[in-house]
Write a protein that binds this ligand. Sequence first.
Ligand code: MF3
Ligand code: CO
Ligand code: CO
Length: 392
Amino acid sequence: MHPWCLKRYQLSEEIPQSYYNPLFFHRKKSPHPHIHPSGNLKFFPSRLHLLILFPPHCPQSPATTLHWPHLALYLSIRDEKPPVFQNIPDETGALMKKKFGLKIGRNELCPCGSGKKYKKCCALKKGTPDPENVEAYYKKKYGIRLKKAEDIEKIRRAGDLVVETHERVKALIKPGVSSDEINDFVHEFTINHGAKPAPLNYRGYPKSVCLSVNDVICHGIPGSWALEDGDIVNVDITSILGGYYADANQTHYVGTPSKEAIKVVEVARESLKQGLLAVRPGNTIGDIGHAIQSYAEAQGCSVVRDFIGHGVGYEFHEDPQVPHFGRKGHGIPLVPGMVFTIEPMINLGGPELYILEDKWTAVTSDGSLSAQFEETIVVTPEGFESLTPLGL
Ligand code: MF3
Ligand code: CO
Ligand code: CO
């Protein structure tokens, strides 16, 4: 899925102070749900620019047009003319974070425009989470819903089905088999086991599984096209069983692989293993990304930045975001009960990608091969347990 993405809008005129307050929404805590049904946009107005933090979109890039009317609506409710906005080209969340500072300093002026310091204003209203209560703290501070033993058991069941589906699909992989046949198999097998294929109709995705061949990084759409000898194909399966999601993918060789195919697939497989080894309480999300990035890059491969791992279980994509690159000790500390995927996408060439006209298929810009492996895991007191053990 896409990471959170920050966009900057240059204003042609200052936003009057009176606009500020309602423009400052805390994610999922919007005081104006009628304006923000999604409730998860974050606005950072200042004198001459407006930063908007968009929720993860999969796979489309932030849909400005989708969310923009909410702001316009607000302004029209106030019976004021909206200022003229000029969209500044996309930049990644990380870059914008660095440039503009996502965090509001406690001594800075509150973005609500009250004129008070942030710590004396909205920081108080948000309430201070109690670090003693880990569950409430993770929910409030990071938006992460920690899973209880009963939840984990349900996700494990969904995971067992995902793994079984993978095993059956593996037996079907051979030159000449059409991608639609694989899709239909996954669909039927999932339904026959009382589950639902999560991809089908997810944000408009038209099929029940993602099949990504060769230079396709992810979200390849099954169709009449067939597998060919020498291809590598990633099969990404997510099932919803008893209301719980499990998500896993792996890349297979079709027929006889080339040297390059073996290289990228084995580096991707080992990248996931390296990421998993970094999962234990006390380590951070950044440690996972660091382990993957340093391994894959040392092998001369690159790590895709535009799609990342994600919390999973109650929903397809939840917090936290799990980048496959990062710095040691940075990011959210791992605690037992966190359930998320690690799903490094590794390219033989550069990390850049573009999305095809179908709005889903992501391919490497340089046409190089790309491979991926994914498991859903839970952080345990000792380390982690895979809820979709693929036996890499
Ligand atoms: N399974 C993918 C992931 O690992 C998401 C696929 S979204 C879909 O996050 F709509 F293409 F299915
Ligand atoms: Co996933
Ligand atoms: Co997946």
